[in-house]
Design a binder for this molecule. Structure first.
Ligand code: HEC
Ligand code: HEC
Ligand code: HEC
Ligand code: HEC
Ligand code: HEC
Length: 421
């Protein structure tokens, strides 16, 4: 890999990685009355960066209780595991980050891992896999499965510290965490698990974190705080973990995007046998900007489709994204829709000559558009200098990013046809 490429990647990636240390200080200050707030104090300890190693499990733990593997948790928490397994939190160590981990310096990658694979045991395994100088010389202990670093944001990263379990307060009717005889010595109940700030350690940059055009690169908690949803008591978990389910659906999921938007289509007859069409698209259901990050790009398109579905005429288009150049050095536009804000599309057209035409509002989503461009640029400019394994991962990551695109039809209604005939 050329040093120029390493420098360029390091720039973008360090930008991202800056969401680390300073965050907790800032979180404390901006939390209600600083460190007196018990949730802030809990989270400061819980999301220490980097997390300390778990150490040896208590001697009386059996194999499943001691293991940090999601599959071991699944022996008793099958439902959470089934959901987690379908979520992107189980894929945070995919090709998209792994090819970069091979190209970057260990210290830069360590910053990435704070969000993508935060356990000390995961870092140690990756260090061994990539032959980093500080890699432990010995095999991992029994409670660490050898592929834990590939398993992403595992259960233990959110729930286990020094082999103790932490979770939300017990549901009504359930045994409390200190009830005698529970597996893994029970658990500590913490209201912080139901608080939006729990997610902020990875989904919000600190106030002095990297920004472009005066706006932080990751600002989801702040967007949420300014929205109606915060005032009405709807936390991140309310929408992303309904009924405490471990789903975390977002921009990659058509149903979730449908849930974000309320749309209204109207058609009016105008002079000279013409029609005037209009679409209103409101961000009524996302607790932050639609979308919150600069990674996705969305196109809203008004399309006329004939009865057979053969002819499609695009009438109007709007881009919804915070678009930057590949290396995050400038913001080109920001057309994201703020919570409860409305985007309008309008167009005029001749009334169709035959009946059966439909007006459709298409939402075309590219959930990883920024990465499509960045990965393609590296492949084009530097692909030849990458080793075969790294290049293979980069190619796979690009293909996966492109394959994540989809279209949903948010609404359709009939167009009056053959008006004057
Ligand atoms: C041998 C069975 C068993 C294994 C293995 C196990 N647990 Fe548990 N866990 C329980 C039981 C029983 C409870 C008590 C509450 C309940 O019934 O859900 C519990 C409670 C919890 C809670 C608290 C739930 C709440 O209501 O707040 C969390 C969090 C938790 N476990 C996480 C884990 C994680 C993470 C793993 C794997 C690293 C794991 N557990 C492995 C049986 C197990
Ligand atoms: C990104 C962090 C995160 C990961 C990863 C995660 N959880 Fe959770 N888990 C939470 C949060 C947050 C809650 C509480 C949600 C709420 O209060 O609405 C929770 C709740 C729970 C509960 C209590 C559920 C209930 O119905 O009362 C259990 C048990 C649990 N998790 C086990 C697991 C297991 C097992 C895994 C892995 C398969 C896992 N968690 C992965 C964050 C996480
Ligand atoms: C502060 C937390 C944080 C840090 C640090 C971080 N990321 Fe991420 N990363 C995220 C979040 C959140 C997303 C999801 C963005 C979205 O869905 O729009 C993401 C998404 C990605 C993706 C796209 C998804 C995929 O798997 O292809 C890649 C690639 C990625 N990050 C690489 C990195 C690299 C490389 C670093 C370190 C240089 C890094 N990230 C550091 C939080 C972080
Ligand atoms: C330890 C870091 C970490 C924590 C804590 C965390 N996340 Fe994430 N989250 C990530 C990363 C990294 C990704 C990107 C996954 C990918 O695309 O590879 C992600 C992805 C997501 C996505 C999917 C985004 C998409 O593009 O579709 C949602 C939704 C989400 N997180 C919500 C939450 C919520 C809600 C919480 C709190 C309960 C939370 N996360 C806690 C790191 C974290
Ligand atoms: C009122 C419901 C609601 C609340 C509250 C909410 N979200 Fe979302 N979120 C959505 C919907 C709907 C989407 C899909 C549309 C989109 O991407 O904006 C989404 C998408 C996302 C994504 C996908 C990436 C992207 O660029 O949009 C992430 C990450 C995310 N939310 C994290 C969070 C976090 C963290 C919080 C709390 C600070 C939160 N959400 C609060 C409804 C909500």
């Amino acid at each position: 890999m050329t040093s120029a490429l390493v420098r360029r990647i390091a720039v973008i990636l360090l930008c991202v990685a800056l969401g680390g240390g300073a965050w907790l200080m800032w979180q404390l200050q901006s939390a209600t009355h600083g460190s007196q707030d018990p949730v802030a104090r809990f989270l400061e300890r819980h999301w220490e960066k980097p997390l300390p190693a778990q150490g040896m499990p208590p001697a009386h733990f059996n194999k499943d209780e001691a293991s940090l593997a999601p599959a071991a948790c699944a022996e008793c928490h099958a439902e959470q595991h089934r959901d987690w397994d379908t979520s992107l939190h189980s894929r945070t160590m995919g090709n998209g980050i792994l090819w970069q981990a091979r190209a970057l310096s260990p210290s830069a990658v360590a910053g990435c891992l704070n969000c993508h694979a935060p356990l000390a045991e995961q870092k140690a395994l990756l260090a061994r896999a990539l032959n980093w100088p500080d890699a432990p010389a010995t095999e991992p202990p029994d409670y660490v499965p050898p592929d834990l670093h590939r398993q992403g944001l595992v259960c233990a990263a959110c729930h286990v510290r020094a082999h103790k379990r932490y979770g939300p307060p017990a549901r009504p009717g359930k045994l409390p965490g200190d009830a005698p005889g529970l597996p893994h010595d029970g658990y500590q109940e913490a209201v912080a698990f139901s608080d939006s700030r729990f997610c902020a350690t990875c989904h919000q940059f600190p106030e002095d974190g990297t920004s472009l055009n005066g706006k932080l690169l990751e600002n989801t908690l702040n967007e949420w705080r300014a929205s109606r949803h915060a005032a009405e008591g709807r936390a991140c978990q309310t929408c992303h973990m309904p009924g405490r389910r471990h789903l975390w659906r977002g921009i990659h999921d058509a149903d979730m995007v449908r849930q974000a938007l309320t749309t209204e289509l109207s058609v009016a007859q105008a002079a000279n046998n013409r029609l005037q069409v209009r679409a209103e698209i409101r961000n009524s259901g996302a607790g932050h900007y639609f979308p919150t990050y600069l990674v996705p790009k969305v196109w809203l398109r008004l399309v006329a489709v004939d009865a057979a579905g053969d002819q499609r005429i695009q009438l109007a288009e709007a881009v919804v994204s915070r678009e930057t150049d590949v290396w995050l050095s400038e913001e080109r536009s920001d057309t994201r829709i703020a919570p409860d804000a409305v985007r309008v599309l309008e167009a005029g057209l001749p009334a169709p000559a035959e009946p059966g035409w439909q007006l459709e509002l298409h939402v075309d989503v590219a959930p990883r558009e920024h990465y499509e461009r960045m990965f393609a640029a590296v492949l084009r400019d530097n692909g030849a200098q990458l080793d075969a394994v790294t290049r293979g991962m980069l190619e796979a990551a690009l293909a996966e990013a492109r394959a994540s695109r989809y279209t949903l039809v948010a609404q359709r209604r009939a167009l009056p046809g053959a008006i004057a005939n």
